[in-house]
Write a protein that binds this ligand. Sequence first.
Ligand code: XMP
Length: 531
Amino acid sequence: MDNSKQQKVLVFDFGAQYGQLIARRIRDLGVYSEIVPCDLSASEVREKNPSALVFSGGPASVYAEDAPSIDPKVLELGYPILGFCYGHQIIAHTLGGKVGHTNKGEYGPAELHTKGGALFEGTPESQIVWMSHRDAVVEVPAGFTVAASTDVCEVAAMQNVEKKIFTTQFHPEVKHTECGKQLLENFLFAICGLEKNWSIDNLAESLIAEIKEKVGDKRVILGLSGGVDSSVVAALLSKAIGKQLICVFVNHGLLRKNEPEEVEAVFSRQFDVDFVHVHAEERYLELLRGVDDPEQKRKIIGTQFWKEFFNVAQEKATDGEPITFLAQGTIYPDIIESGARKTGGKASTIKSHHNLIPFPDGVSFDLIEPLDHFFKDEVRALGTTLGLPDSLVHRQPFPGPGLAIRIIGDIDSEKLRILKDADAIVREELDAYNARLAVETGDLHSQHSCWQYFAVLPDIKSVGVMGDERTYERPVIVRAVESSDAMTADWAKLPHDVLAKISSRLVAEVPGLNRVCYDITSKPPATIEWE
Ligand code: XMP
């Protein structure tokens, strides 16, 4: 039996900048952890049957009017508690200590002097920690003692050993806190007595069990794009509920070469789901004819997706059990990026997601988002555990509007043919380049491997000469960037022989091309995509 989730650490989210990292760090240490809204009531907390609670940081002051607060009864439930930054201050404030303004805030590294104690067991008396605060606890609540100080902050850590409440002004979850991992281990294993028993391998099992219980004999519908997140959700749901899952794959004709065939092969043969391949290629081409504005293209593609999706939903609704649930591949960073679930918790997430989906009148679903606690690399690892092929699990990021925003100007089937063929060559050569780098550096994600790489077709022609003939054909632009999160990117300093091979292959193998350019702009000032 999978008992890995019988131990569970709940991370109360006070809107922390670093908060999302805490649950992740705890899972990496082998204990299941999930984030919950900070305003859960004591009875809701008890219902979740946690082993320990962690209170995250957050940007507010405990004295601010709309400061996130807790149900004070949560502190009386008897669970061990670890609090950081705002979490440290709210515990002091709620239990009758005093939070005040220090003369100057502390931001960045600080030297901490500890007085020993269970949380600091095995760490040096003087250690570097990461601070980011203006307010500070100036008087500890009754029953607490000061466990560590910095020059600026007298109560840099406090503890109530009897109640197993340990709090720090600094952030143990960030890498710059040199003993942060040890402090988390001390809390989880020595103080709470938990066992290391959770890994990505048993995540699949427990998620499948949860989905089965939630869905029962109802049906679930999912828009499958072929991207990592929706593919992992589809694989997970297929293991949990099989043909009760309807996977709607809207083929807009703007995917990369061979992708639709691969998605269909995986989800109609390897996984047992009700797979619907909607061939909408012609409809999309018609809708996009003559449209050259990138935002207009995005809008048309997004709106048509939901039309196609709801057509299938409506057709399917007439045969079999009701379709009660809509599954989505939302992952934790999506929630952070969209600004949802800051301090308001799950309810606000569900609302904001619903707002993005243009439900037809009278249609509503409950949402299932099984990946919403997890980070991309955890989701990829889960996909591998579930048996998805590497080509799906380790796909480079690909925009929802697909090749439409890589054909500058208006789109037609001939331009799509050229771009698909060109893009396949760029990917083949740079996949091979990344693989060589991985072997040379012994690192699968070496600093200089290309993170995203593709071809772009500009809306111009240029003169060339092939054989003895003058040509007047299209150039193609190769884009390859190094990045970790797409927020910033540098153009990849590809070796000349790699560029030369890409160039000669493109012109030799793709009819309609006679020139190759390499984009050597970083982001900023450019963006990764051209449109
Ligand atoms: P930019 O071009 O803004 O792209 O530097 C950053 C990342 O986002 C992807 N991208 C999109 N993804 N829909 C998407 O799903 C879009 O409209 C879109 N535009 C850009 C881009 O591929 C890169 O990874």
